[in-house]
Design a binder for this molecule. Structure first.
Ligand SMILES: NC(=O)c1ccc[n+]([C@@H]2O[C@H](COP(=O)([O-])OP(=O)(O)OC[C@H]3O[C@@H](n4cnc5c(N)ncnc54)[C@H](OP(=O)(O)O)[C@@H]3O)[C@@H](O)[C@H]2O)c1
Length: 259
């Protein structure tokens, strides 16, 4: 059963991707553009966004630089988008910051920055987007979390909890906003090869390309899924682990990661 409306004609969609300058967001912008969606792209790196808009053509793409940790920059970008296109149909909060950290390595500055982007940044964005969609009783909001949010994992001291919070947030938003006509999507990727994971010094099982991730995300929207998770060979195994009692879960993680 689809929990959200199925998207079957991208040519009628105006999609705003926040966190589109590199990695999964950039690949998704490319894939949506090639399906004839209009794409609004945001991140801090205005140069990369402008280069993408030049490639896509200014009639079907707009660059809206912002820093998700600074609410006034999101507000200005959103207003610019509404002024330019009269509104938008789907917003994907994709911006993320990641640093591997174990409990004995806690660095407060890095930890706070991760929470600022991955958690507070999402609050900033939602405070602007939800009222806009509520006026129309329509619109879709996607939160990009991670399978790292399913349960505690080694090297995921702050990143994991920031993504776990987004899973709970998306569930709560679905409960509150579905009846108001909004669609809420939770996106949980496994490992994807991007600048974010390039710094990892450990084996990343079932790693996929950003282009493959983008196709999975589009497939999920087209099916109207609430949770879009991939690659299934990896995420389904983690979903089983999610339901194990602690004694078995901790032992399985120790055995499989050797950490
Ligand atoms: N790669 C994976 O294996 C994986 C797995 C699970 C979940 N995810 C999640 O997927 C999302 C995309 O990650 P990715 O792997 O594609 O990484 P990425 O290539 O590093 O992309 C991160 C994006 O977020 C933007 N961003 C970072 N800080 C920002 C800020 N303060 N304000 C606005 N934009 C900001 C970056 O642009 P600027 O630097 O230009 O601002 C970039 O466009 C993240 O939320 C990540 O946690 C990734």
């Amino acid at each position: 059963m689809s929990l959200n409306k199925k998207i079957n004609d991208w040519s009628k969609k105006r999609v705003w991707i926040v966190g589109a300058s590199t990695g999964i967001g950039a690949a998704l912008a490319d894939a949506l553009h090639s399906r004839k969606a209009k794409v609004a792209i945001s991140a801090r790196s205005a140069d990369k966004l402008n280069e993408m808009v030049t490639r896509f053509g200014a009639s079907r793409a707009i660059s809206l630089p912002l820093d998700i940790t600074k609410v006034e920059t999101i507000k200005a970008a959103e207003q610019e988008l509404v002024d330019a296109w009269g509104g938008y149909d789907l917003v994907i909060f994709m911006a993320g910051d990641y640093h591997a950290m174990r409990a004995w390595e806690i660095d407060l500055q890095i930890a706070k920055k991760m929470m600022d982007v991955n958690w507070s940044g999402f609050m900033n964005g939602l405070s602007i987007v939800i009222p806009r969609f509520m006026q129309a009783n329509d619109g879709g909001i996607a939160l990009v979390s991670s399978v790292a949010g399913y349960r505690g994992l080694p090297k995921s001291l702050i990143y994991g909890p920031s993504k776990a919070a987004l899973i709970n947030l998306a569930e709560t938003m679905f409960i509150d906003l579905k009846e108001k006509g909004l669609d809420i999507y939770l996106i949980c990727p496994g490992f994807v090869k991007t600048p974010l994971t390039d710094k990892n010094d450990f084996d990343m099982p079932s790693i996929i390309t950003p282009e493959e991730a983008a196709l999975e995300i589009i497939k999920g929207f087209e099916k109207g899924e609430f949770e879009i998770h991939f690659p299934k060979r990896f995420t389904n195994m983690l979903k089983v682990l999610r339901h194990l009692p602690y004694s078995l879960y901790f032992a399985a993680i120790k055995r499989s990661t050797k950490l």
